[in-house]
Design a protein around this ligand. Sequence first.
Ligand code: HEC
Length: 112
Amino acid sequence: MTTGRHRWGPWRTLGAAIVVAGTAMAAHADMQLASDKGCYNCHGTPPRKRAPTFAQLAADYARYRGDDGAVRQLADKLRSGSIFGHIDAHERLSAADAERLVRWIVDGAPPS
Ligand code: HEC
Protein backbone atom coordinates (compact mmCIF):
# COMPACT_ATOMS: atom_id res chain seq x y z
CA MET A 1 0.00 0.00 0.00
CA THR A 2 2.58 2.55 -0.99
CA THR A 3 0.48 4.07 -3.74
CA GLY A 4 -1.89 5.85 -1.36
CA ARG A 5 0.58 8.59 -0.59
CA HIS A 6 1.46 9.18 -4.23
CA ARG A 7 -2.13 9.50 -5.27
CA TRP A 8 -2.59 12.57 -3.14
CA GLY A 9 0.61 14.34 -4.18
CA PRO A 10 -0.76 16.30 -7.13
CA TRP A 11 -3.96 17.15 -5.28
CA ARG A 12 -2.07 18.58 -2.40
CA THR A 13 -0.12 20.84 -4.77
CA LEU A 14 -3.31 21.92 -6.48
CA GLY A 15 -4.89 22.60 -3.09
CA ALA A 16 -1.97 24.82 -2.09
CA ALA A 17 -2.27 26.74 -5.36
CA ILE A 18 -5.95 27.33 -4.74
CA VAL A 19 -5.25 28.59 -1.22
CA VAL A 20 -2.63 31.03 -2.54
CA ALA A 21 -4.94 32.29 -5.29
CA GLY A 22 -7.78 32.60 -2.78
CA THR A 23 -5.65 34.69 -0.44
CA ALA A 24 -4.64 37.03 -3.26
CA MET A 25 -8.27 37.40 -4.29
CA ALA A 26 -9.35 38.10 -0.72
CA ALA A 27 -6.66 40.77 -0.38
CA HIS A 28 -7.88 42.33 -3.58
CA ALA A 29 -11.48 42.35 -2.32
CA ASP A 30 -10.32 44.06 0.88
CA MET A 31 -8.47 46.67 -1.13
CA GLN A 32 -11.67 47.24 -3.09
CA LEU A 33 -13.57 47.63 0.18
CA ALA A 34 -11.00 50.15 1.45
CA SER A 35 -11.34 52.03 -1.79
CA ASP A 36 -15.17 51.92 -1.68
CA LYS A 37 -15.15 53.26 1.86
CA GLY A 38 -12.93 56.14 0.90
CA CYS A 39 -9.99 55.06 3.03
CA TYR A 40 -7.53 55.93 0.28
CA ASN A 41 -8.76 59.51 0.23
CA CYS A 42 -6.76 60.12 3.38
CA HIS A 43 -4.48 57.10 3.73
CA GLY A 44 -3.31 56.88 0.14
CA THR A 45 -0.07 58.33 -1.16
CA PRO A 46 0.31 61.19 -0.60
CA PRO A 47 -1.81 61.09 2.57
CA ARG A 48 -4.22 63.85 3.50
CA LYS A 49 -4.31 65.82 6.73
CA ARG A 50 -2.49 64.04 9.53
CA ALA A 51 -3.31 60.59 8.23
CA PRO A 52 -0.59 57.94 8.12
CA THR A 53 -0.34 56.03 4.80
CA PHE A 54 -1.54 52.43 4.73
CA ALA A 55 2.10 51.40 4.36
CA GLN A 56 2.93 53.19 7.62
CA LEU A 57 -0.11 51.73 9.36
CA ALA A 58 0.75 48.24 8.09
CA ALA A 59 4.31 48.59 9.40
CA ASP A 60 2.94 49.75 12.73
CA TYR A 61 0.25 47.07 12.96
CA ALA A 62 2.45 44.17 11.82
CA ARG A 63 3.12 43.35 15.45
CA TYR A 64 -0.55 42.36 15.89
CA ARG A 65 -0.37 39.69 13.20
CA GLY A 66 -2.15 36.53 14.32
CA ASP A 67 -3.66 38.29 17.33
CA ASP A 68 -7.43 38.22 16.75
CA GLY A 69 -8.18 39.94 20.04
CA ALA A 70 -5.98 42.89 19.14
CA VAL A 71 -7.56 43.11 15.69
CA ARG A 72 -11.02 43.33 17.26
CA GLN A 73 -9.89 45.95 19.74
CA LEU A 74 -8.27 48.08 17.04
CA ALA A 75 -11.42 47.79 14.93
CA ASP A 76 -13.59 48.91 17.86
CA LYS A 77 -11.21 51.74 18.64
CA LEU A 78 -11.31 52.88 15.04
CA ARG A 79 -15.12 52.90 14.93
CA SER A 80 -15.55 54.60 18.29
CA GLY A 81 -13.59 57.52 16.87
CA SER A 82 -13.24 59.35 20.15
CA ILE A 83 -9.50 58.92 20.29
CA PHE A 84 -8.87 60.39 16.85
CA GLY A 85 -11.40 63.15 16.76
CA HIS A 86 -14.30 62.46 14.49
CA ILE A 87 -13.56 60.88 11.16
CA ASP A 88 -16.81 59.88 9.46
CA ALA A 89 -15.17 57.22 7.31
CA HIS A 90 -13.97 55.46 10.50
CA GLU A 91 -17.21 55.78 12.42
CA ARG A 92 -19.48 54.73 9.57
CA LEU A 93 -17.83 51.31 9.26
CA SER A 94 -19.84 48.29 10.37
CA ALA A 95 -18.16 46.11 12.98
CA ALA A 96 -17.52 43.47 10.34
CA ASP A 97 -16.03 45.90 7.81
CA ALA A 98 -13.84 47.56 10.43
CA GLU A 99 -12.49 44.21 11.54
CA ARG A 100 -11.91 43.11 7.98
CA LEU A 101 -10.03 46.28 7.10
CA VAL A 102 -7.96 46.27 10.27
CA ARG A 103 -7.05 42.63 9.65
CA TRP A 104 -6.10 43.56 6.09
CA ILE A 105 -3.81 46.31 7.40
CA VAL A 106 -2.33 44.00 10.04
CA ASP A 107 -1.59 41.53 7.24
CA GLY A 108 0.33 44.20 5.35
CA ALA A 109 -2.14 46.22 3.25
CA PRO A 110 -0.55 47.07 -0.08
CA PRO A 111 0.21 50.79 -0.38
CA SER A 112 -1.57 52.70 -3.11
C1 HEC B 1 -10.99 62.08 6.31
C2 HEC B 1 -9.71 61.40 6.31
C3 HEC B 1 -9.70 59.92 6.64
C4 HEC B 1 -10.41 58.89 6.04
C5 HEC B 1 -11.39 58.98 4.88
C6 HEC B 1 -9.99 57.67 6.70
N1 HEC B 1 -9.07 57.94 7.67
FE1 HEC B 1 -8.15 56.59 8.89
N2 HEC B 1 -7.18 58.11 9.85
C7 HEC B 1 -7.24 59.44 9.51
C8 HEC B 1 -6.36 60.21 10.38
C9 HEC B 1 -6.14 61.72 10.32
C10 HEC B 1 -5.77 59.28 11.25
C11 HEC B 1 -4.77 59.55 12.35
C12 HEC B 1 -5.48 59.97 13.57
C13 HEC B 1 -4.53 60.22 14.69
O1 HEC B 1 -3.49 59.55 14.72
O2 HEC B 1 -4.89 61.02 15.54
C14 HEC B 1 -6.32 57.98 10.91
C15 HEC B 1 -5.97 56.80 11.53
C16 HEC B 1 -6.35 55.54 11.11
C17 HEC B 1 -5.91 54.31 11.68
C18 HEC B 1 -4.94 54.20 12.85
C19 HEC B 1 -5.63 54.11 14.14
C20 HEC B 1 -4.60 53.85 15.22
O3 HEC B 1 -4.71 52.84 15.88
O4 HEC B 1 -3.68 54.65 15.36
C21 HEC B 1 -6.47 53.29 10.99
C22 HEC B 1 -6.33 51.81 11.23
C23 HEC B 1 -7.30 53.90 9.97
N3 HEC B 1 -7.21 55.26 10.06
C24 HEC B 1 -8.03 53.18 9.06
C25 HEC B 1 -8.89 53.76 8.15
C26 HEC B 1 -9.76 52.99 7.29
C27 HEC B 1 -9.86 51.47 7.26
C28 HEC B 1 -10.45 53.90 6.54
C29 HEC B 1 -11.55 53.62 5.53
C30 HEC B 1 -12.75 53.09 6.09
C31 HEC B 1 -10.00 55.22 6.93
N4 HEC B 1 -9.06 55.10 7.91
C32 HEC B 1 -10.46 56.40 6.36
C33 HEC B 1 -7.99 60.00 8.49
C34 HEC B 1 -8.87 59.30 7.66
